[in-house]
Design a protein around this ligand. Sequence first.
Ligand SMILES: Nc1nc2c(c(=O)[nH]1)N[C@@H](CNc1ccc(C(=O)N[C@@H](CCC(=O)N[C@@H](CCC(=O)N[C@@H](CCC(=O)O)C(=O)O)C(=O)O)C(=O)O)cc1)CN2
Ligand SMILES: [Zn+2]
Length: 761
Amino acid sequence: MTLTTHTLGYPRIGAQRELKKAVEAYWAEKITLQELEATGQELRARHWQEQKEAGLDFVSVGDFAFYDQVLNLSLILGVIPPRFNTCPDQADLDTYFRMARGRAPSGEPAAACEMTKWFDTNYHYLVPEFQPQQEFTLNAQLLLAEVKEAQTLGHQAKVTLVGPLSYLWLGKAQGEFSSLDLLPQLLPVYAALLQKLADEGVDWVQIDEPILALDLPTAWKQAFETAYNQLQAVAVKKLLAVYFGGLQDNLGLAVNLPVEGLHLDLVRAPEELEQVLDRLPAYKVLSAGVIDGRNIWRSDLVRLREQLASAQGRLGDRLWLAPSCSLLHVPHDLEQEDQLDSELTSWLAFARQKLDEVTLLAAALTGQLNQQREAAWAENQQALVSREASTRIHRPEVSERLAAIDPAMYARTSAYEQRALAQKEWLKLPLFPTTTIGSFPQTPEIRKARRGYKQGELGTERYQELMKQEIAYCVEQQEKLGIDVPVHGEAERNDMVEYFGEQLDGYAFTRFGWVQSYGSRCVKPPVIFGDVSRPQAMTVEWSRYAQSLTDKPMKGMLTGPLTCLQWAFVRDDQPRETTCKQIALALRDEVRDLEAAGIRVIQIDEPAFREGLPLRKADWAAYLRWAVDSFRLTAAVVEDATQIHTHMCYSEFNDIIEAIAELDADVITIETSRSNMELLDAFEAFEYPNEIGPGVYDIHSPNIPEVEWMVELMQKAAQKIPAERLWVNPDCGLKTRRWEEVTPALAALVEAARQLRKAYL
Ligand SMILES: Nc1nc2c(c(=O)[nH]1)N[C@@H](CNc1ccc(C(=O)N[C@@H](CCC(=O)N[C@@H](CCC(=O)N[C@@H](CCC(=O)O)C(=O)O)C(=O)O)C(=O)O)cc1)CN2
Ligand SMILES: [Zn+2]
């Protein structure tokens, strides 16, 4: 009896973020293209070796990317927007980087492609842009070379590709047509790609169609049959991979498509296993995604063995084992964490450890636990017992406080109209007040100081002194620029989520737990393992200090409960709602303390509010209920005269506008500049009642925005929202920009506000 094991994908950034460093060095022209390619090759080889050593039957090829795997496919298929002025067959790595970020060591700069969230993850992909007469042409050399590389190293390569329908769905049609209309043109090229892989000796191709876990329009469902019937002609085995959710109404469709295998996310939808077993045609393999690719907890292997026993009985050799989705979304290797306590470490598994879980489970299912694996099996069970029995997780005072929440705690004292009067009275802001979203440049000096501090080379006092100097500089710059509501600049924060995780109880944080967020940018999501509480104030001293430097109202800056939850690895032993409310209560205390310290404008960021939305519409209402409540629990502790701001980005707001209004923030700042204020339509149609700061320039670009451009955008905004309720601000934080970019950009922004005031007086 055998069981095939594999992974849907592996982290590519490198255990020490080697890829990030090489890519950034290449952009800065500090290393050559050859050096960059050598780093890529080395990382691929290392990661394949890790997969082989773990005992997987295949290594994953096609999950490597210098920036993003969807952008890779766009280049393979020749989908290059005209503004990059490059024929598909001449596209090189610099074309690729220009598409990703607007510029590269060679070639003309151009507006970068749009970036957006990959399903409900914190990973961002580059949105394919389709022209009305989009042609597809095959450029598979780089992928084929990677296949060769793996084969030369003696590996069995399984290639992973985003499927044709998910690719079209994730792209954007530039004009009045549906991207689905392009399927007939796309399919022959996609088939040719599969054929090339087959010619290269590839046995299995994993075709990712995660959109089968979404609510799909009928036309798209039907297109699946057309597409896969056509691809059936290519003699390569296809594993159709669905993840991030269950198949639900797409189950019959998915099970019957003419492919050789189906992968299911049995972490998100364990209940579908039986149904699929009943309906899976006898010629197909079933890849059971049972090891959680979205979280870092050690799996309960005994439970999984039981769960899979009947599947194994029914499928025999046709059962495969894998993580639920690509391991791109978890950190690389737990072995590196030398500062986590051993108890907590024993509860966790990162990507490398998850591979071991896959093969250990396979060995157990096939009765092949040798002595070493018996020990690993026992260790797995011990760790679970230790976690369940631990006294570090449950804190009675936290659950008691949660149980004692009074409905009044969710509501501000008065309605917005009344609060607005109380706020106007002391704020005395001009029409079109200016502010920023919070962070200012995280300069190399700031990062270096923090590194020194964390490594113990810099004392606490010296570090705090340095951060105060940064804050003072930032406040001074805003004074000079004439910003109406300044911020302290967030110099002291490594990241808006990790920073709070480091200070809250119930949280742990890692040293090397990096996960790619976009391109070369990574985040280190903290781990929420237990009941959350706040041992002491977290931001008050910094804000108090910043306020002492100016007569203007200093805006305090917090990350909201939804975002703290969404961008962390969350405990799996209680509902997310419970954890979120615990965070909300901790932050509520921080809001109260800020107010008591004289900080009477407080921003509670919720950029991940929408990302937390379930993928299926049927589940939205339940999420939105506790999400809105959690935000309100955090905010509704202040007096009428204290102004609560929130900020959201990377979002479509149309379909959740009611929930956004229910947050009842006095001011919301949002990202809109790239969409030409179209995003405001929802706020207009809904008659959004409170104040709005529609971002007037894109902070992701190094370009300095023009005054006229921003004035025009705000005039557009004023046609949709009464001018008295508009704020002028960038569309997100400035931490990734340099001061040389920020100062002139904000000067232009302040000038735009001046001109608007004149025009609207
Ligand atoms: N959690 C989270 N998710 C998010 C966002 C976000 O801000 N946070 N924003 C959106 C995504 N945008 C992002 C924007 C920027 C970065 C980003 O800049 N990340 C930094 C790391 C930020 C960080 O944690 N920095 C640490 C560690 C910095 C570091 O690398 N230090 C070096 C030393 C640097 C030196 O000596 O110069 C080292 O330790 O080796 C710090 O400041 O302390 C990076 O990849 O470079 C990430 C995501 C959506 N999701
Ligand atoms: Zn933002």
